[in-house]
Write a protein that binds this ligand. Structure first.
Ligand code: SF4
Length: 170
């Protein structure tokens, strides 16, 4: 991605009025494959927990256990839902639903809506990450994940599950 676009996205994130932004009270879900990637890169087993599904733990102060010195310590290998933000998802019947956070809770969304090309690139990457996650997580764990409420979001796409092709199978 263009450096000026990355700078603009970082600036939008730095304007976030939510305490700690996306990494505060964030417990991103994990596939077994993601856990193995994280462990190979030095993330300790104590960073993970199981609560109906595998996920990253929170620290005592409410931040994700991998949030360090004001940023994500595993940026290049972070979990799928972290890459996908500000897009989120749900599964309804035979459809994967993609939502975007409202501008009121994510300043990046205003920037994205004003920059269609960037929006489209991030949307495409987010959808692929979410499809890969849905394919990699056992159905009983995914059933727990989709119970998580995602308030202040708007539906932007519905994709038939049968049309969702995980990366490795493409
Ligand atoms: S993995 Fe990184 S981006 Fe995701 S919540 Fe944790 S610190 Fe934030």
């Amino acid at each position: 991605m263009d450096e000026s676009v990355c700078d603009a996205l970082s600036k939008a994130c730095s304007e976030c009025h939510l305490e700690g932004g996306c990494c505060f009270e964030a417990r991103p879900p994990l596939s077994q494959e993601r856990i193995e990637i994280l462990q190979k890169n030095g993330v300790s087993p104590e960073s993970f927990e199981f609560a109906g599904y595998k996920r990253l733990r929170l620290r005592q102060d409410g931040f994700c256990v991998l949030f360090r010195n004001g940023k994500c310590s595993i940026h290049t290998i972070k979990p799928e839902t972290c890459v996908a933000g500000p897009f989120t998802f749900d599964i309804s019947g035979d459809f994967l639903q993609i939502f975007i956070k409202r501008e009121s809770i994510c300043p990046m969304v205003r920037f994205l809506k004003a920059n269609r090309k960037v929006y489209d690139a991030l949307f495409e990457a987010a959808v692929q990450c979410i499809i890969d996650l849905v394919a990699a997580v056992p159905p009983d764990e995914m059933a727990e994940i989709i119970k998580i409420d995602e308030p202040e979001t708007d539906l932007v796409a519905r994709i038939k599950l049968e049309d969702c092709k995980p990366c490795a199978l493409k």
